[in-house]
Ligand binder design. Structure first.
Ligand code: 13P
Length: 249
């Protein structure tokens, strides 16, 4: 069983002062041994303040997105070497909000995750079906396509250096969490698909996170499932109290 990973996606929230305050509270709350690896993903502009507040602690910092070119005439973008240089070790790639509002495709996700790995960042690659896709019964087709599109062609070594987050779009920010059984079913499918791209031993090492309305109340049931190795938390990661409860399980 891989070590659990709990990541907080702060999305478009937090000014520098709030980000520093939250990071400092998490740092205090997580002093000593933690059962899970913990990562926070602030907005780009708050990253330096959060890195500073967490310096010397075990909590990692990640970006919420990146561009696949290292540098050049790409106004408004942030590259993997820039994130690494700012102190990030992680980056979210292919979040459904990027796919939905900013034209992210499996192809761009594939480029971004390779750029992230090249710079030594660990990508958290997001996949997940929309409500109408689940209702049509094509969840596995959609997720399978996203997994193959993003991860196809990676070596076993590269596959071991990333995490996949299953985030059903209908569960994000809706308060409508997937049941542990629904999450387990798709996670087992993703792991099977990863085994197809590599082998079973490699697939077993990849951390599969669940995301979508995770709260202190529902995290335990989800984490009890064998193929759920962590959580990607949105709303509940914005308050130290609830995020700490989630980390403690
Ligand atoms: P919520 O936890 O707010 O539903 O968001 C989930 C998410 O999108 C994390 O990336």
């Amino acid at each position: 069983m891989p070590r659990p990973l709990i990541a907080g996606n702060w999305k478009l929230n937090m000014l520098r002062s709030g980000a520093t305050e939250l990071a400092t509270a998490l740092r205090k709350g997580l002093e000593g041994e933690s059962k899970a690896d913990v990562v926070v993903c602030p907005p780009f502009i708050a990253i330096p303040a959060v890195v500073e507040a967490l310096r010397g602690s075990a909590i990692g910092v990640g970006g919420q997105d990146l561009y696949w070119q290292d540098s050049g005439a790409f106004t408004g973008e942030v590259s993997a070497p820039m994130l690494a240089d700012a102190g990030c070790r992680w980056v979210i790639v292919g979040h459904s909000e990027r796919r939905q509002y900013f034209g992210e495709t499996d192809e761009t996700v594939a480029k971004k995750l390779r750029a992230a790995q090249k710079a030594g960042l660990t990508p958290i690659v997001c996949v997940g079906e929309r409500l109408e896709e689940r209702e049509k019964g094509v969840t596995k087709d959609v997720v399978g396509r996203q997994v193959d599109g993003a991860l196809g062609g990676l070596s076993k070594d590269e596959l071991k250096k990333l995490a996949v987050a299953y985030e059903p779009v209908w569960a994000i920010g809706t308060g409508k969490v997937a049941t542990p059984e629904q999450a387990q079913e798709v996670h087992a499918f993703i792991r099977w698909r990863l085994a197809g791209l590599s082998d079973e031993a490699t697939a077993r090492e990849v951390r599969l996170l669940y995301g979508g309305s995770v709260t202190p109340e529902n995290v335990r049931g989800l984490m009890e499932k064998p193929d759920v190795n962590g959580a990607l938390v949105g709303g509940a990661s914005l308050k130290a109290e609830s995020f700490l409860k989630i980390v403690r399980g």
